[in-house]
Design a protein. Structure first.
Length: 703
């Protein structure tokens, strides 16, 4: 099928027998090929009047954790939107396309993510383990999975599952919040404030603060099977961090003992070591009792740098023994046998940072520290200005910004999560602004990206605003599935191309349009035409009512996005000048008394003025019946024919048909009887309403 076939209209018969052999081509075949075409070229609409913008920046709640795998960054926290996407506590960001997507297919409060908050995420192949405080995870708007504080999402299948075979509060997962998850081979380790894990209803295991899932069943870290006979105890008995070096699993948080079994306890202050080969606990330090091993305050974060364990929190001292104390500042180093300073020398303000740490992240020779502080301390007592985030490169501190002072680098408030992926460092927390220098800042609501030289928000480097409008009326307040839509922007395509076959393609010149509806279902839109500044596409059949997200990906990978308020009806009528106003794109059907039919133009193209002008409609003798055929889009799903009303020149017009045109994709048709009382009226307006929704007003001329 050639372009002319796609661009012309062959209107099918409806109430009466119609057989059009020629069609008024003003609707789709332009006399000037670069403008005024609905399906075959550009529409002359202003993006300023059609613009639909939405905020793609940041998250609306704190981000607690970041995890990376391949091209994806996973974010977890206490948010409901991130990057313009409705995402409940967890989402992932494609670093190549710059698009945020949900874990679950619907963009509603019960259509994706978790019913609560996320504290940590671990990725192992296709399996994404999510932990925090929640009781359910959402597959879509109608399907959810019982999952208590821990769940697994498969990135290949998009399916959530629980860790445990039962359903309900005491049938899988663990009984209280989880702060940390670590995956090693087939084992998944959890740390948190829980005391029991559930294989199924009636099948539970006492697990005090720390537990192991082997893929099919839960186990405690310790041989005791009774309450308080394994795991950690004392203090809050709360685990905040986990790390693995060889066969040693390091567990840290707020506790003062680790329990092998009843009567066999190990003094372990805020940090302990579980040997996965011998299944025994040990302290980090040779002494026993308070201030004889471990640290003097709760530990928030662990990281592994080479063979060393890096320990961070609000700590001031670490203890090799009661007599061997090392003065540190929020961070220390354990080399497997001995505590040492992280950098510098022992002493107040001579190592570590000037506040406390929430997170640590090691990558290569670099260790990234995040929390609430203003400088990294040097051995001589001087410091490097570093606001809430700093990098140790093995020999010195490096700030994230070019200036000093509290608005010269870093973030405006504390950092909770750091991830180095590729050449970028992603940072999460509750901050709002990042500082490149004292004269340059960037809005980064709770998540930001550092590329080694400057900060940016995490929305994709080329995400641009997209303006969408009905290709008929240019209205932008409502849209309907199977409606023809025109999108305006910049860099939408690397070339200009018109569809040349049916069914319509979903890619032209390398450009695609994806529509994600309110249930989270994403569909490729059929395309009529693409160019750098405009795309004409069909809103895919099946797109559900509610806000839909439209993403245009050009052949060069650049992105544009917008939202569409989708409803059942969005009536629009095509006009001759492709503006949504003025002369209707219409034809006239005359039926003689003897049944003879003829088709007449309602407008013509005036070559002298280069405009369409009206052809006055002659109602003829009283024995003639004259019908007006109008063309539009967005009203084929009207509830009934009686729900369609029309007036011509203020006079009620009989509506004989309103629905699909039938031969041209996305085009709808209205057939009206022209009352003879309108004879001699000249220019008259046509006002049509479908299910109470008015279409744009168009005009004809009656002789």
């Amino acid at each position: 099928m050639n372009n002319t076939t796609i661009q012309r209209l062959v209107f099918r018969r409806k109430v009466w027998v119609l057989s059009l052999v020629s069609v008024w081509v003003c609707l789709l075949v332009a006399t000037t090929p670069t403008r005024h075409q609905v399906q075959g070229a550009e529409l002359n609409a202003s993006p300023a009047t059609a613009k639909l913008m939405f905020d793609l920046t940041g998250a609306d709640g704190p981000i607690s954790t970041l995890a990376g795998e391949g091209d994806y960054v996973y974010a977890g926290g206490s948010f409901s939107t991130i990057g313009g996407v409705n995402a409940n506590g967890v989402a992932r960001f494609n670093v190549k396309t710059g698009v945020w997507t949900t874990l679950g297919t619907a963009t509603t409060s019960t259509g994706n993510g978790v019913a609560g908050f996320v504290e940590d995420i671990a990725v192992s192949g296709n399996d994404v383990y999510v932990v925090g405080g929640f009781s359910r995870v959402y597959q879509n708007a109608t399907t959810n999975v019982s999952a208590n504080n821990v769940a697994k999402w498969n990135s290949a299948t998009g399916v959530w599952s629980a860790l445990g075979s039962g359903s309900g509060l005491s049938a899988n997962g663990v009984n209280q919040r989880v702060d940390k998850v670590l995956v090693s081979g087939s084992n998944v380790y959890l740390g948190g404030a829980f005391s029991a894990a559930y294989n199924a209803a009636g099948n539970s295991v006492f697990t005090n603060g720390v537990a192991r899932w082997n893929g099919s069943a839960w186990a405690a870290l310790g041989n005791g099977s009774a309450a308080n006979a394994n795991g950690v105890a004392g203090g809050q008995a709360w685990v905040h961090a986990l790390a693995l070096i060889g066969s040693d699993l390091y567990v840290a948080g707020s506790f003062n003992k680790a329990i092998n079994n009843t009567g066999n306890e190990v003094s372990a202050n805020y940090v302990a070591r579980w040997n996965t080969a011998t299944n025994t606990w040990a302290a980090l330090g040779t002494g026993s009792g308070e201030k004889a091993n471990g640290t003097d305050f709760s530990v928030s974060a662990l990281a592994v740098s080479g063979t060393d364990l890096i320990v961070g929190g609000g700590i001031f001292n670490v203890y090799n023994s009661a007599a061997n104390i090392v003065r540190v500042n929020a961070v220390a180093r354990w080399n497997g046998t001995t505590w040492t300073v992280f950098n510098g020398v022992a002493g107040a303000n001579k190592n570590g940072v000037s506040g406390y740490l929430n997170t640590l992240h090691a990558s290569g020779n670099n260790v990234y520290l995040g929390g609430a502080f203003s400088q990294g301390n040097n051995a001589d007592g001087t410091g490097v200005s570093a606001n809430n985030i700093v990098r140790w490169n093995g020999t010195g501190w490096q700030a994230f910004g070019a200036s000093t002072g509290n608005t010269g680098n870093g973030l405006d408030t504390q950092v909770q999560a750091i991830l180095a992926l590729g050449n970028d460092v992603y940072v999460g927390g509750n901050f709002q602004k990042a500082y490149n220098s004292s004269s340059s800042s960037v809005d980064t609501p709770r998540i930001g990206r550092w590329n080694g030289a400057s900060w940016s928000d995490v929305v994709g480097q080329s995400m641009k605003n997209l303006a969408c409008a009905s290709s008929a009326s240019y209205g932008n307040t409502r849209f309907a599935s199977e409606q023809i839509i025109s999108a305006f922007g910049t860099g939408l395509a690397t070339g200009t191309q018109v569809a040349s076959s049916l069914p319509l393609p979903t890619s032209l010149a390398g450009t695609t349009v994806r529509v994600r509806d309110s249930a989270g279902t994403e569909r490729l839109a059929p395309l009529f035409f693409v160019s750098a500044g405009q795309i004409n596409y069909l809103l895919p059949e099946g797109t559900l009512n509610g806000n839909a997200i439209v993403t245009v990906t050009a052949g060069d990978g650049s992105l544009s996005g917008g939202t569409l308020p989708v409803q059942t009806i969005a009536p629009g009528l095509f006009t001759a000048n492709a503006s949504g106003q003025g002369l209707a794109a219409a034809v006239v059907l005359r039926v003689k008394a003897n049944g003879a039919q003829s088709y007449e133009a309602a407008l013509r193209f005036d070559t002298s003025t280069n405009k369409f002008v009206a052809v006055p409609i002659d109602l003829g003798p009283t024995t003639d019946q004259v019908f007006l055929i109008l063309y539009g889009t967005g009203f084929r799903k009207r509830s009934s024919l009686t729900s369609v009303t029309a007036q011509i020149g203020g006079t009620t017009a009989e509506v004989l048909y309103a629905g699909k045109q039938g031969d041209l994709v996305g085009v709808d048709q209205v057939n009206l009887r022209i009352a003879r009382t309108l004879s001699g009226r000249g220019d008259v307006d046509i006002v049509i309403s479908v299910d109470g929704i008015p279409a744009n007003v168009v005009r004809i001329n009656i002789k």
